[in-house]
Design a binder for this molecule. Structure first.
Ligand code: R5P
Length: 311
């Protein structure tokens, strides 16, 4: 088995390799003067089971292209099996036609990975589980929930917890986390805009008074969804609001927005490499999911069960 890395999240790739007690494959993934990506693998990979770790996070298109070119280089170097390990799958939110004459970019990205030569895909908390169906190759979707649940039990386990979904679409995810927290009660933030042009009204479904609320979602991007939900929960009498998110996209002024929000703490995982602003924020904490991904890779290589990781 070999672990190769693109440049999008080297700390995570190194942590995964260290969990597996393997060195990273000796390769250079670099740019020509005109910014074209060039990949050169400096060791023999013929007949190897190779896992390429690359999140397609910002800059999304560059990181995606690096992944595709790494896969192409491995295929042409006769690797036996190539698994694209994509902890954060960019473009996942474009998983359906959002209007007439719009693309389904998540499907296009799946096609690109497959055409480049990936034999399998390993992702974490895909925005929508059905994205697995965009691939006609085996796709494992790992869940960060066990890592989050352990952290919540350790830090907030003695409090009166309430798991909250920031929108109706996230209820399944929230329910799965609540189940891991000894069936903690569930609340939902229901966003309504009665008429076009009117501002959105937040209704809280569930009694959050006096509760330590745990907001759960897959992605924080601008921070709008979470910060608004946190404000609405505090206004409804919550004792505190902490947010657990798998993918800290945190674009633009998101870190500042979180720092000025009603959130007590934002906890993200390291599927996306933390920026300096994220590292410096005393409101944001990062949990590593390297052991989870490392263990899944070990099991794929050994052909043992991955799903039992979540039992
Ligand atoms: C939406 O369906 C996602 O689950 C997130 O709620 C959304 O992408 C977060 O975006 P933002 O932080 O910009 O509100």
């Amino acid at each position: 088995m070999k672990i190769m890395a693109g440049n999008s999240n080297l700390p995570l790739a190194r942590a995964i390799a260290s969990y597996l007690e393997l060195p990273l494959t000796d390769a250079s993934v670099r740019r020509f003067a005109d910014e074209e990506v060039f990949v050169e693998i400096h060791e023999n990979v013929r007949g190897e089971d190779v896992f390429v770790v690359q999140s397609t996070s910002f800059p999304t298109n560059d990181n995606l292209m690096e992944l595709l070119i790494c896969i192409d280089a491995l295929r042409r170097a006769s690797a036996k099996r190539i698994t694209a390990v994509v902890p954060y799958f960019g473009y996942a939110r474009q998983d359906r036609k959002s209007g007439s004459r719009t693309p389904i970019s998540a499907k296009l990205v799946a096609n690109l990975m497959t055409q480049a030569g990936a034999d399998r895909v390993l992702a974490v908390d895909l925005h929508a589980g059905q994205i697995q169906g965009f691939f006609d190759i085996p796709t494992d979707n790992l869940y960060a929930a066990p890592v989050m649940a352990a952290d919540i039990q350790a830090r907030y386990g003695d409090q009166s917890l309430m798991v909250v979904s920031p929108d109706v679409g996230g209820v399944v995810r929230a329910r799965a986390l609540a189940k891991r927290l000894d069936n903690a009660p569930l609340a939902i933030v229901d966003k309504r805009r009665d008429k076009p042009g009117q501002s959105e009204v937040m209704n809280i479904i569930g009694d959050v008074k006096g509760r330590a609320c745990i907001l759960i979602d897959d992605i924080i991007d601008s921070g709008g969804t979470l910060c608004n939900a946190a404000e609405a929960l505090m206004a409804s009498g919550a004792a505190s609001v902490t947010a657990y998110l798998t993918h800290g996209v945190l674009s633009g002024a998101a870190v500042a927005r979180v720092s000025n929000s009603a959130l007590k703490e934002l906890v993200i995982t390291d599927t996306i490499m933390a920026t300096e602003a994220t590292k410096e924020s005393d409101r944001i904490r990062v949990l590593t999911i390297a052991p989870l991904i490392g263990e899944a890779i070990r099991r794929i290589a050994d052909e043992s069960s991955v799903s039992s990781l979540f039992d």
